[in-house]
Write a protein that binds this ligand. Structure first.
Ligand code: C5P
Length: 230
């Protein structure tokens, strides 16, 4: 099957406070985006990666990611949109238009640059086994409270039933397209698919797939992942 990974990387990354798009921020010499793209292609399960870049940075992102392409994998760069969901939709439309045989689509945040290849493979395997939507998850170790507008606790969900959701999220291509054409809103792609009433399967994620959002996360990544690693 044709597996295409979409990488929304068009955010400004302001919470990181680095003065450049987060995707281009280096961790021990290698930009997050490059690490993310290599991780997808190194899994051996992804043939094409479509990166959504900040519109003003399409050329620089193309230059930075081009060396990651190989005989086994191609990298394409498109201009992203105003919101993350717009960037995903634009990359998806590109894939369906330009990459023949796109049947399975992954959506992977550049910020999860250290996701192990085994997680990518597990997501692809589950979609190829017939699950229309698949997300990697971790158990929740903190107790989570729901609060009202004043910050007063309204409920305490059973922690045993909660999961932290990571990427790549995997979908049958037609299901993801339907979700993005629905006009619904959600904070992740699986959330859109859920709203269509499509079942979303979970598979085990990995702590290394942490999302690098704040300077603290960046410091953790720099400490954990050596110069010559991915
Ligand atoms: O801001 P946040 O970390 O939640 O963004 C998640 C991902 O979505 C990031 O990789 C970011 O670059 C991407 N994004 C995008 N287009 C936007 C906003 C965010 O591709 N307009």
């Amino acid at each position: 099957m044709g597996v295409v990974a979409l990488v929304p990387a068009a955010g400004r990354g302001e919470r990181l406070g680095y003065g450049m798009p987060k995707a281009l921020v280096p961790v021990n010499g290698v930009p997050l985006l490059v690490r993310a793209v290599r991780g997808l292609l190194d899994s051996g399960r992804v043939r094409h990666v479509v990166v959504a870049a900040p519109p003003a940075d399409v050329d620089v992102v193309s230059t930075v990611t081009a060396p990651s392409a190989s005989a086994g994998g191609a990298v394409h760069v498109v201009a992203g949109g105003a919101e993350r969901s717009d960037s995903v939709r634009l990359a998806l439309e590109y894939a369906l238009r330009e990459i023949p045989g796109t049947t399975v689509v992954l959506v992977h945040d550049a910020a999860r640059a250290f996701t192990p290849s085994a997680v990518v493979a597990a997501v692809v395997d589950a979609v190829e086994a017939g699950h229309p939507a698949v997300v990697p998850v971790l158990p929740v170790t903190d107790t989570v409270k729901e609060v009202d507008d004043r910050g007063v606790v309204t409920s305490t969900p059973d922690r045993a039933r909660l999961r932290i959701v990571q990427t790549p999220q995997g979908f049958a291509a037609d299901v993801l397209l339907r979700a993005h054409e629905s006009g619904l809103h959600a904070t992740d792609d699986a959330g859109l698919v859920e709203r269509l009433g499509v079942p979303v399967l979970t598979v085990p994620g990995h702590q290394d797939a942490l999302k690098i959002t704040t300077p603290f996360d960046l410091a953790v990544a720099r400490a954990l992942f050596p110069e010559d690693g991915r």
